[in-house]
Design a protein around this ligand. Sequence first.
Ligand code: F0G
Length: 357
Amino acid sequence: MPDVLPRSEGLLRRYAAYLPLTSATPSLSLGEGGTPLVRSRRLVEQVGCAELYFKLEGCNPTGSFKDRGMVVAVAKAVEDGARAVLCASTGNTSASAAAYAAACGLQSYVLVPRGKIAQGKMAQALAYGARILAIDGNFDVALRFARALEDTRGIALVNSVNPHRIEGQKTAAFEIIEDLGDAPDLLCIPVGNAGNITAYWRGFREWRDAGRAARAPRMMGFQAAGASPIVQDRPFEDPQTIASAIRIGNPASWKGATSARDESGGAIEAVTDDEIMEAYRLLAREEGVFGEPASAASLAGALKLGREGRMPRDAVVVCVITGNGLKDPDTALTIEGDMHDVPAEFEAISRALGASR
Ligand code: F0G
């Protein structure tokens, strides 16, 4: 059984034995991976399972899980002599691609649906120096164009149709096994383009088969109801959801997601925007974890299973919190808050605290 280096190493070095690297693959790291698995203190009761954990993928260098796949995809692009990387994105992939491209001196090109990208993600792509092409079309349309450009000389496509992305992303499953000492009973995960659920399932399966885990989890994927092609078994022409990261109507890894579901005895279900927003708020207020709306779909799903009496009481459950809440400040600012204009006077401020002395 190959050894694994400490978490201070980047993913490429740490999991070299499990990744498609060669002696010509450049070493590359922005500090990705090694993200915390935080145990729920309060919502575990509402979910109704034995143990509940949050895998905080928002702690990656660009604030989402995409960095795990991107470090592999960009290192391989450099190895193959690419001068640029290209992706279609709902925001996080583009932020990650732009960062790793910048670190390697490559140009990045990103195709995004105009006006449908959360502010923070757009800010990142700009800051890292991507050429941003905002198109009049949704993610599915953007991905179609990106795939059509795939064979352009010198340009590497770094969407999750690039197999190196899935390879890198599977490492999150390894970390969960390391932290828990085995796989959980249930893994709850948001599903958009379906690369991540495909990757986690590969990681859990590989380490079970390698004897590093005794079991693999049931894979529980959650799509937004207005963008739930896999649940309904038909592509959505015009997917709609407040969770812009998973506003996807025709996932590229559709087959990977249904295999993960069927091989693991899991399910892929829908959660409404209201359920997503409720979970988003609860996650921050009850646990101190600020994920982006799409990330809250995993918790919304776990809460729904609990509410409907479908959550096994003795289950160990992990919810993947795929991206940082700061990515989407506009959505955060729409939730009902406790904000007051107060005169800059001691008495007024003291009164506003409700403090008695
Ligand atoms: N959560 C977040 C925060 C995401 O950004 C994404 C996908 C997902 C969940 C769903 O993961 O696509 O592997 O099923 N974001 C992509 C992007 C589509 O372009 O950033 P998936």
